[in-house]
Design a binder for this molecule. Structure first.
Ligand code: CEZ
Length: 803
């Protein structure tokens, strides 16, 4: 049913019905295209705010990308109907809208394209789509193959949804000058001051063809007639009548008449895109529909991607993990950094964590993102809710709600960047914000002092209308409620900043940070420890949440994970926490973010309790939080349990695992349904949403914890001391061997990790030199190092069970 091909670079699904929502996504810096296996598509481009060019049949409400988006018969898609002119039988590719049972079906997700191959009645169809490097355009190829031993007379009807463009003005017609269907509209608006912007928008949608069709239809209702989109009259009756749409819903349907000899194949190319005018359409035509245009675009994308493969490639006993890490995870991490999730005002915490992942792929990008964030720091040290990326854009949606955690992510991202690059000069860069020029070091210190001051009389961190958990909006809206997680996360952030300032020999500052961290730790211990785990918070009215006396939302994952990673939990508490997480939160899909899921509104907690139980923050396996848990387990060296959880979060291995999730292992979704006891039927189901902080954390975990290949500074070294690469793998006990290539500060390390009976501790050899402290120093850029790591704990056979 499911399998990786091309060495893992593609992933194939062989049935359109087994996981109907299974999807992949393609992007470039200006657009995003999510495609599901049945041909439905969600496309978005930036001008600079997200816009559509292939619309739903009703005017869409504009909002952020949502999880588990439902599909419906008229959902926008890219289809091709095939009609046999002799028998009149009709089917469609990829599967929608006709939904005929295929004889063969393959949906193939690639790193830079998506393909479908299907066969029905001895006719083979191949559809594929790729995006160019920068232009907003879908490059489609449709091939029809006569696999039967006799000549076939067929009609091919490529049919691309344009949908309801605008209530002010919409129309469509064929243009022989531009060579395709051209749909025009005016984005609806009312305010006079919007006009200058509206007139710059790409309000046309075009389907440009390589080969001229024999007929076309631009009006959706005429195309469909009484048969609807599933059995359109235009197809069933055997011909289109070159109609146009005059303030009617457009569609781009073309007709090609084919007479195919046995074994004959015909290929057609199309460009589907939004444009502002005919000139832009002409440029797309000459760039892409001239001979070799698609090939050149793909070659450019490939070359671009090859430069951004990430800093690690692995070969382990777990081939599916290798595929995911080598081909897909790096891609998803890069997508986040490259596009900022296609928003112009990413949430500050997301922006910083996406930049954390980029430290391993394109560190210059992380550096710029840190500077960009600090350039919007407020005078009191607070960071804004969102980082505004383009002139004139504003804080929208969730960014209008006050959250108090944004500063926490700053030292975390900075540390990752510094470890990876050794670029301590960044700390001395000057950043201007609100008319004040301060160094990065001063600005981060100010952010940390803001966190220190954001506390109540008990020393607990105020939550306002949320922290990491966006919908935790009613715990502290009156200004008194506190966050248990944020109190603990503040310890983590301050400790990191204490370490960095110590490394650059700012002893006093470092002590100030460490002392403050100790105070928050003491406050957490005094007010938040509930006997077996840490509480999630205390409301304005003084009611604790996430405590054993709660019937629902009894235990929340984040305070526990962060208590483990920050050192807040004592060794005894660590054991209790691990046991509690196992008992209440563990599932076959990863840990749930809280349990039991709330089933009704709690006005001292907020919106999170109104989400459907088992979705999102209300008790899903929320993978971003799952990553904190895995990171924490590695941080306390519980590497086997960490690996077990890590492996659960990636779909597979095996069909069954993927089927329950309904997702291919080509990305990590933001959640899998939780509430496993309350709703076992839907447990594990993927949100299909590939925007998530989980991917950056997973990449970091894999590089720095699982394989233990982390950059460090020499303790006490003056600012800028490069340090080296620390080698401290935490491989799961059942792995006997792993080979890793790590790119680090311009050098390449070919690392063989192997369990060996003869050692009782990890032993590191570089070339023929034994390195006793586990740190490879004096790294020369451009050089390739051959590294051998012997690990204790060899099993007698390679058959160690994978728990
Ligand atoms: O957004 C994410 C945020 O982007 O939710 C996370 C948070 O840490 C991320 O920064 C946890 O709350 O508002 C809501 O209720 C939603 O939960 C969204 O904001 C959520 C979406 O899943 C992201 O697309």
């Amino acid at each position: 049913l499911l399998k990786p091909v091309d060495g893992g670079e593609r992933y194939e699904l062989r049935c359109p019905k087994a996981m109907p929502q299974a999807s992949t996504f393609l992007w470039n810096r200006n657009m995003l295209l999510q495609l599901n296996c049945r041909g439905f598509a969600v496309a978005q481009h930036m001008q600079p705010e997200p816009s559509k060019y292939s619309h739903a049949p009703l005017l869409e409400h504009k909002t952020f990308m949502q999880p588990e988006q439902p599909q419906y018969a008229h959902h926008p898609g890219r289809f091709a109907y095939i009609r046999d002119r002799e028998t009149g039988s009709v089917f469609s590719a990829p599967h929608e809208p006709v939904r005929a049972e295929p004889d063969d079906f393959v949906f193939s997700a690639g790193r830079s394209d998506a393909q479908w191959r299907l066969r029905k009645n001895d006719i083979g169809i191949r559809m594929s789509v790729a995006l160019p490097l920068d232009d907003v355009a879908e490059l489609w190829t449709i091939e029809v193959h006569n696999d039967s031993g006799k000549p076939r007379r067929l009609d091919l009807f490529p049919c691309f949804s344009i949908g309801y463009m605008s209530w002010m003005n919409q129309s469509a017609a064929y243009s022989s000058e531009l060579g395709g269907i051209v749909a025009r509209s005016i984005t609806p608006y009312q305010k006079l001051e919007d006009y200058p912007h509206i007139k710059t928008l790409k309000d046309w949608t075009v389907l440009l063809h390589g080969e001229r069709p024999s007929a076309w239809e631009a009006c959706r209702d005429v195309f469909e007639g009484e048969g609807g989109i599933q059995h359109p009259d235009g197809v069933e009756n055997g011909g289109l009548h070159n109609g146009d749409a005059i303030y009617e819903t457009p569609i781009a349907a073309l007709q090609y008449r084919l007479n195919l000899a046995p074994g004959e194949c015909r290929e057609y190319r199309f460009v589907f895109a939004p444009v502002r005018n005919g000139e832009q359409a002409k440029v797309l035509r000459t760039t892409y529909l001239a001979s070799g245009g698609f090939e050149a675009a793909q070659a450019e994308v490939k070359a671009f991607q090859e430069q951004r493969q990430g800093c690690i490639s692995i070969s382990t006993p777990d081939a599916e993990l290798d595929n995911f890490v080598n081909h897909w995870l790096n891609r998803q991490v890069f997508y986040h950094g490259d596009t900022n999730r296609l928003t112009t005002d990413p949430q500050t915490r997301n922006y910083l964590q996406d930049a954390m992942g980029m430290a391993y792929i394109e560190p210059g990008h992380s550096r710029a993102a840190i500077l960009q964030t600090l350039a919007q720091q407020k005078a009191d040290g607070a960071l804004p809710e969102g980082v505004v990326l383009s002139n004139g854009s504003e804080l929208k949606y969730i960014n209008q709600v006050p959250h108090t955690d944004h500063c926490v992510w700053l030292p975390i991202t900075l540390q990752t960047y510094l470890d990876e690059t050794g670029d301590y000069a960044l700390l001395d860069e000057w950043v201007e914000s609100h008319g004040e020029s301060l160094s990065v070091l001063e600005r981060v210190t100010r952010a940390m002092r803001w966190l220190i001051n954001n506390s109540d009389h008990r020393g607990l961190s105020l939550i306002a209308q949320g922290d990491w958990c966006d919908p935790l909006n009613m715990v502290g809206h009156q200004g008194k409620g506190v966050s248990g997680w944020l109190t603990i996360a503040t310890v983590h952030a301050l400790t990191i900043w204490a370490d960095i300032t110590k490394a650059v020999r700012l002893e006093n500052l470092s002590v100030e940070m460490r002392t403050a961290a100790e105070k928050f730790t003491a406050a957490a211990q005094q007010h938040l420890w509930d006997g077996d785990w840490f509480a999630r918070g205390i409301s304005d009215a003084g009611t604790a949440l996430g405590v054993s006396s709660d019937e629902e939302g009894k235990i929340w994952l984040n305070p526990q994970s962060w208590a483990l990673m920050s050192g807040v939990a004592t060794p005894q508490q660590q054991e209790k926490i691990k046991a509690a997480v196992r008992e209440h939160l563990e599932t076959p899909f990863g840990p749930m973010v809280l349990a039991p899921s709330y089933t009704s509104m709690r006005e001292h907690i907020g919106r999170v309790t109104q989400k459907h139980p088992g979705t999102g923050e209300n008790g899903a396996v929320y993978n971003h939080a799952g990553m904190f848990c895995i990171y924490a387990l590695y941080a306390i060296a519980d590497s086997d349990r960490a690996f077990t959880e890590l492996r659960r979060i990636i779909p597979g291995p095996g069909d069954e695992h993927c089927l329950q999730r309904g997702q291919l292992p080509v990305f990590i979704p933001n959640y899998y349904r939780g509430a496993v006891k309350q709703f076992p039927r839907t447990a594990g189901r993927s949100s299909q949403l590939f925007n998530t902080g989980a991917c950056s954390w997973l990449y970091r975990i894999i590089v720095e914890q699982l394989f233990g290949l982390r950059g460090i500074v020499d303790d006490g070294g003056a600012g800028g001391t490069a340090g080296g690469l620390q080698v401290a793998p935490q491989l799961p006990a059942h792995w006997q061997r792993a080979d890793v290539t790590r790119h680090f500060r311009g050098a390449t390390f070919d690392i063989q990790m192997q369990r060996d009976d003869s050692v009782d501790k990890t032993t590191l050899t570089v070339g023929d030199k034994v390195v006793t402290d586990g740190i490879i120093r004096d790294i020369e850029a451009g050089k390739c190092y051959s590294v051998k790591v012997l690990l204790p704990g060899a099993l007698s056979s390679e058959s160690g069970a994978h728990s």
